[in-house]
Write a protein that binds this ligand. Structure first.
Ligand code: ADP
Ligand code: AMP
Length: 213
């Protein structure tokens, strides 16, 4: 099963993708996580991507398309994967279709996480992320058991640099300008399922399960 999770930053895609991947034995592919790792390791890709990420702009299509092209061929993707945060432009969606075609793969479903922009700022500015395993928490909605410590791996929780209010607003604008059109793109291709991502984490998880079953 190959899935795309589509929706604005802060909609809860990563939170749900991790659970779905674990339950269904799929690889979780977050282009944001891959890029942050590249920035941390100061790879060529990381050096190219950093300025865009810091500003809350999209990294050039060619960079992320190359990342995905390599990633979906790895062994853990054999039984399927959840693409989280990719594609984000029309060009990325078309490149994904080409790449999948070349490897004899298809997309089974695109899940659109529908949530009002008003809640996104609170979700993103309150997000805390584990430095070691990239698990996400929220100071109010999903607090860790011990302050600043990851429940899963005891890593240190930090606030992403791009989770400040100004950058968050730019990321939401960027989503509306460049990514939101993909809702219709996938609806026209009969691949879209929509969920109400304003509900709490458990309710969203249950709705998602109903769609995927
Ligand atoms: P995305 O991957 O779509 O950018 P995340 O999954 O990282 O979003 O979620 C953004 C923030 O909102 C995180 O701090 C997460 O803990 C919190 N969150 C996720 N889903 C919900 C929800 N349904 N209700 C409230 N907060 C949520
Ligand atoms: P995310 O972790 O999904 O919130 O992504 C964080 C940042 O990584 C974004 O603001 C972009 O700068 C970059 N990024 C992640 N995925 C993509 C993508 N598919 N296309 C372009 N840039 C991306």
């Amino acid at each position: 099963m190959n899935l795309v999770f589509l929706g604005p930053p802060g909609a809860g895609k990563g939170t749900q993708a991790k659970e779905v991947a674990k339950e269904q034995g799929l690889a979780h592919i977050s282009t944001g996580d891959i890029l942050r790792e590249a920035v941390k390791n100061q790879t060529e890709t990381g050096l190219k991507a950093k300025q865009y990420m810091d500003a809350g702009d999209l990294v050039p299509d060619a960079v992320v398309v190359a990342i995905i092209g390599e990633r979906i061929q790895q062994a853990d993707c054999q039984d399927g994967y959840v693409l989280d945060g990719f594609p984000r432009t029309y060009e990325q969606a078309e490149a994904l279709a080409d790449t999948l075609g070349q490897h004899g793969m298809t997309l089974d479903r695109v899940v659109y996480f529908d949530v009002d922009a008003a809640v996104l700022v609170e979700r993103l500015t309150g997000r805390r992320t584990c430095r070691d395993c990239a698990a996400n928490y929220h100071v109010k909605f999903m607090p860790p058991k011990a302050d600043g410590v990851c429940d899963k791996c005891s890593g240190e929780l930090y606030q992403r640099e791009d989770d400040n209010e100004q950058t968050v607003r730019n990321r939401i604008d960027t989503y509306e300008k460049l990514t939101a059109d993909l809702i219709d793109y996938y609806r026209q291709r009969d691949l879209l399922s929509q969920i109400d991502a304003a509900k709490d984490v458990a309710a969203v998880q249950a709705d998602l399960k109903a769609i995927l079953d």
